[in-house]
Design a protein around this ligand. Structure first.
Ligand code: 2M8
Length: 434
């Protein structure tokens, strides 16, 4: 089948997941609006349907919190009961910052939105229309980024912390194991709950029950603190600096500078944010021996020495220096993360595949994810690592063509796992095709 017909298929996936206001990641598994998913989805739409791209981000930012936080889920009031945890569990109405007319979670996700908004502008032939939208969005984007720099920046050095694995987007990444293990399940009280995800997807491909208990323990702690950031910061055992989150923020800071320029707005603040985060990431997260950026445990004050694809993401944010970038490429293009012509190896798996606990099928513990590879592809292009970039682009297109628009893929055989008809896989496939 020619590639063009797969594009039609990809568009059908997005149509299926579009509910008239936004696009859910997957009708069955994720039946609400997700924060960074909508960013990637908007990038896909920006190639052929500007209105939908705009609508996707508008509906998300309509649910922005009063303190600037953009929630990781905006719940569909008419479609409750299929996902866990939902509003009855989050109880975000107890926060003075939660929005009045929307039901949301009480955490955030990697801020890809300014980057996505700029793409909508660049890819549209109707610049006037998108400029109107950017005028609406710009203060909201500034408010979101300001939230990070005021509320999540304890040392005032631009290293933004996350306080829940769900905020990283890489929920059960091995990167978080050493921190989560400190929550001793025999010592803490976790509210009762029933998972829904493991009834829809084979549990072999999902986080373990122990992981969920810790996720829920953290949500309970946020609720008890009425979602007050200062209080949570002092009590939360999971306060980490994630190289992926901070790289995505950097890419968006950069986009914010460009958006400000397009609108004739002041860009100095965004520039300051960009420089402080990039500089601190280079100084604090990089490991020159290994050739990767590590996450950082803020409480223990040390790098978390676990090698995942998040550690290459400073290429996407333009954060890595030239010499750091060369080392990242060397490690990325090795037996650990698939060499260019390696047999039985697709794209860049999510975790160093030489590690004992590498899994080809469990969620964020090894499989290949299209959004991560798409961002790495952008990063490789940016640093002019042409050969690796081209190779990656080819594999990102090849996986859905051969195996379907799945949520994630087996890094050895390409088999699709998780849910089928997954939105960002379809959206980013469309983006690469154009
Ligand atoms: C996954 O996370 C959600 C919780 O947010 C879940 O497992 O229920 C992650 O892959 C995350 O990155 C993604 O945004 C979300 C929706 O696709 O699903």
């Amino acid at each position: 089948m020619p590639l063009k017909q797969y594009i039609q298929k990809a568009k059908r996936v997005l149509d299926k997941n579009w509910n008239g206001r936004y696009t859910v990641p997957s009708v069955n598994l994720y039946p609400h609006q997700w924060n960074w998913d909508s960013g990637f989805i908007a990038i896909g739409y920006s190639r052929y349907n500007t209105d939908r791209a705009i609508q996707e981000l508008k509906s998300l930012f309509d649910a922005q919190w009063k303190n600037g936080m953009l929630p990781h889920i905006v719940f569909d009031k008419n479609n409750l009961g299929k996902y866990f945890p939902e509003p009855d569990f989050w109880k975000t109405e107890i926060s003075k910052y939660s929005p009045e007319n929307h039901l949301t979670s009480g955490i955030t996700q990697p801020p890809i939105h300014a980057f996505a908004a700029l793409k909508i502008y660049e890819n549209s032939s109707d610049k006037g229309k998108v400029k109107d939208f950017l005028r609406w969005l710009f203060p909201r984007l500034m408010k979101l980024h300001r939230y990070f720099y005021l509320e999540r920046n304890p040392d005032d050095n631009g290293l933004i912390y996350i306080r829940h694995p769900w905020e990283s987007g890489m929920d059960n990444s091995p990167m978080w194991d050493p921190v989560l293990e400190k929550i001793d399940l025999s010592q803490v009280k976790v509210p009762d709950f029933i998972r829904k995800d493991d009834k829809i997807i084979n549990p072999e491909q999902r986080p373990k029950d122990e992981d969920y208990k810790r996720y829920i323990y953290l949500v309970d702690l946020f609720r008890k603190n009425r979602y007050e950031e200062r209080k949570i910061f002092h009590e939360c055992p999971f306060i980490v600096i994630d190289p992926l989150f901070n790289s995505v923020l950097s890419a968006s800071n950069e986009a914010l500078i460009k958006i400000a320029d397009i609108l004739g707005e002041d860009y100095k603040q965004a520039e300051e944010w960009y420089l402080s985060t990039a500089r601190s990431m280079r100084d604090t997260l990089y490991d020159g021996n290994k050739g990767i950026f590590y996450a950082y445990d803020y409480i223990e004050k040390k790098q978390i020495k676990v090698e995942t694809s998040a550690g290459f993401m400073p290429l996407f944010g333009g954060v890595a220096s030239h010499s750091q970038a060369l080392k990242l490429l060397e490690y990325m293009n090795s037996a650990s993360f698939c060499e260019i012509h390696e047999e039985n190896c697709f794209a860049i798996p999510n975790y160093d595949k030489t590690k004992k606990d590498f899994s080809t099928k469990n969620y964020w513990r090894g499989p290949v994810w299209i959004n991560i590879n798409w961002m790495l592809f952008q990063g490789l292009k940016r640093y002019r690592f042409k050969q690796k970039a081209e190779h990656l682009e080819k594999t990102i297109l090849e996986l859905p063509v051969r195996f379907g628009f799945y949520e994630y893929f087996d890094s050895r055989y390409g088999t699709g796992y998780g849910t089928e008809d997954f939105s960002w896989t379809a959206a980013l496939f469309i983006d690469l095709y154009y």
